[in-house]
Design a binder for this molecule. Structure first.
Ligand SMILES: NC(=O)c1ccc[n+]([C@@H]2O[C@H](COP(=O)([O-])OP(=O)(O)OC[C@H]3O[C@@H](n4cnc5c(N)ncnc54)[C@H](O)[C@@H]3O)[C@@H](O)[C@H]2O)c1
Length: 442
C-alpha cells in the first residue's frame, strides 16, 4: 500500500499529482498535521538555527531533528527551539546517523562550505530532499556531481539563494526581460562589510565540546587551531571560499538570472588581503570580471573590510541597458532609472531586513523560498533555484576565485563552464579529500 511518505518520495516523478489542499495561502497553509514535512537541520550554530526557527514556525513543517558536531550549538538550539516551537527535536552528532532516520523527509544543510556537497550527496543517497545553503559546493567538480545526483536520486535540491523566490525580485527580473531598460549588456554586483581581524591562531587542544574529526569530514586533516571554529573558516582556502562565494554568490546569481546567461567564456579577477595582518587567506578586496559568449558582461566587487558604498545599499546588483538602469537593493525591492540616471520607478520592500545580520539577513522573506521548496517536494512544482541553476551561479564565483588564486585569466568552454588549456587552474576544479571521504556518485 502506498503511504504518505512514499508519495513524498515520488512527488518529483512523472506520476506526481497534487493531493494536498489546493487552498494554500502564503504563510497560512491550510493542511492537516499529517501533511507536515519533517525536516532535519545539519549545522545549527548560526544560519542553521535561523533556518530551524524560520522553517519550524510554519504549520506545514516539523523540525524532526538537528545535527551538530558542537555540543554547545546543540544545547543552544534545543533551548531556543523549545522556546520558539514548544518542542526539542531529536539530536544527532553524526549526520550519517541522522540520514538513517526514515521519518525525515528533507534536510537543510548549513555547515561550513567544505561539507556542503558531500552532505548533500549523502542526503540524496538516503532519499532526502535537500535545502542546501549557498554556495552549492566548495569546488566546481562537486557542483557538477550534485547536478547528476539530484537527477539520479530524483529529489528536490534547492540552493539557499533566497532572492530567487522574493516576489519583487521576480517582478524586477521580469521587467528586465520585458525590456524596461532596453537591451541589457552589463550587470554589476557588490558586497561590503566592516569585518574585524581574525588574529593569529595557535595550535591548541581540541575543545571537549567539538568533534574536530567530523567537523573536518571531507577535508584533509590539520591540527586544530583556535581561530577557525566557528565562522572564521570562511577565510581559509582549506575549508572556505572567501567573500566571493560567501556573499558574492547571492548577487552574482541575480545578475546571471537577469542577464539570462548560463556559462561564461572569460573570467578574470584581482584582489588582496589589505586591511589586517592576520591568518585570513582569502582576499578582503576583490574584483571579478566575467564575459559571456553573447558579449554581455558581469562584474562583482567585494570589500569585506571597508563598508563604504556608492549607493544607499551595502549589498546590491545593478543592470545597465540601452535605455536605462535597474537596481536591486538589498532585498525584495528595485529602482528603475532613465538613461540619464533620473529615478523613474521605485518598488519598495515592506519587510524589515538587515544584510549585515550574518545568520538572518533576509528575515521573514526566506519563507518564500521555503514555500517553493515544499511545493516542489509535495506537488512537483518547479524549484526557483534548483541545483543545476545553483551550480551555474556558484561556478561563476568559483571561476573568479580560481583566476585570482592562479593569477591567470581563464578562457572557458561556454558549453559546460570548463576551463580551457590552463593546468594550474584546472587543478582547482576539484579538491583533494581526506582518504575515505571522497565523493562518489555510485
Ligand atoms: N542564505 C543566507 O542568507 C545565509 C546566511 C548565513 C550563512 N549562510 C550559509 O550557511 C552556512 C553556515 O554558515 P554559519 O554562519 O552558520 O557558519 P558557522 O560556522 O557559524 O556554523 C556552522 C555549523 O556547522 C557545524 N558543523 C560542522 N561540521 C558539521 C557536521 N559534519 N555535521 C553537523 N554540523 C556540522 C558547526 O559545528 C557549526 O555549528 C555557510 O555555508 C553560509 O554560507 C547562508
Amino acid at each position: 500500500m502506498s503511504t504518505r511518505r512514499d508519495f513524498l518520495k515520488t512527488a518529483l516523478g512523472a506520476t506526481a499529482i497534487s493531493f494536498l489542499a489546493p487552498n494554500m495561502i502564503f504563510g497560512k497553509d491550510i493542511m492537516g498535521a499529517n501533511d507536515r514535512i519533517n525536516l532535519g537541520v545539519i549545522g545549527v550554530n548560526s544560519r542553521g538555527l535561523t533556518l530551524a526557527k524560520n522553517f519550524g514556525v510554519r504549520s506545514d513543517c516539523k523540525i524532526a531533528a538537528i545535527c551538530d558536531v558542537d555540543t554547545r550549538a546543540i544545547e543552544k538550539a534545543n533551548t531556543q527551539l523549545n522556546d520558539k516551537l514548544g518542542y526539542v527535536p531529536k539530536n544527532y552528532r553524526d549526520l550519517r546517523e541522522m540520514l538513517e532516520n526514515k521519518d525525515i523527509d528533507a534536510v537543510a544543510v548549513a555547515t561550513p562550505d567544505h561539507w556542503h556537497a558531500p552532505a548533500c550527496l549523502l542526503a540524496l543517497k538516503a532519499g532526502k530532499h535537500v535545502y542546501l545553503e549557498k554556495p552549492a559546493s566548495y569546488a566546481p567538480a562537486e557542483g557538477e556531481m550534485l547536478v547528476r545526483a539530484a537527477a539520479k536520486y530524483n529529489r528536490a535540491v534547492q540552493m539557499g539563494s533566497q532572492r530567487r523566490s522574493m516576489p519583487k525580485v521576480i517582478q524586477g527580473i521580469k521587467e528586465l526581460k520585458d525590456g524596461i531598460i532596453g537591451d541589457v549588456s552589463y550587470a554589476k554586483a557588490w558586497y561590503t562589510n566592516t569585518r574585524k581581524s581574525i588574529g593569529h591562531g595557535k595550535v591548541a587542544p581540541v575543545p571537549e565540546w567539538l568533534d574536530w574529526d567530523l567537523w573536518q569530514g571531507p577535508a584533509p586533516r590539520t591540527e586544530f587551531r583556535d581561530n577557525i571554529v566557528h565562522y572564521n573558516w570562511h577565510w581559509f582556502w582549506h575549508w572556505g571560499t572567501g567573500e566571493a562565494l560567501n556573499n558574492g554568490t547571492h548577487m552574482v546569481d541575480v545578475c546571471r538570472w537577469g542577464l539570462e546567461e548560463e556559462f561564461p567564456s572569460f573570467v578574470s579577477s584581482t584582489g588582496n588581503r589589505f586591511t589586517w595582518d592576520d591568518d585570513w587567506e582569502t582576499p578582503d578586496t576583490q574584483l571579478i570580471n566575467i564575459q559571456f559568449p553573447s558579449g554581455k558582461m558581469l562584474s562583482w566587487e567585494g570589500r569585506s573590510c571597508n563598508g563604504a558604498h556608492s549607493t544607499q545599499d551595502p549589498v546590491g546588483a545593478i543592470f545597465y541597458g540601452t535605455n536605462g538602469t535597474l537596481e536591486f537593493s538589498e532585498y525584495n525591492s528595485y529602482k528603475v532609472y532613465d538613461i540619464k540616471g533620473n529615478l523613474v520607478k521605485e518598488v519598495k520592500s515592506d519587510a524589515q531586513t538587515d544584510s549585515r545580520d550574518i545568520s538572518n539577513p533576509s528575515g521573514s522573506l526566506d519563507n518564500y523560498h521555503f514555500t517553493n521548496f515544499f511545493d516542489a517536494i509535495r506537488e512537483g512544482k518547479k524549484l526557483n533555484q534548483d541545483i543545476d541553476s545553483g551550480h551555474k551561479s556558484t561556478l561563476l564565483v568559483q571561476l573568479g576565485n580560481i583566476a585570482y588564486r592562479t593569477g591567470t585569466s581563464l578562457q572557458i568552454d561556454p558549453s559546460n563552464g570548463h576551463i580551457l588549456k590552463n593546468k594550474a587552474a584546472n587543478k582547482l576544479w576539484s579538491r583533494t579529500y581526506e582518504k575515505g571521504w571522497e565523493m562518489k556518485l555510485d
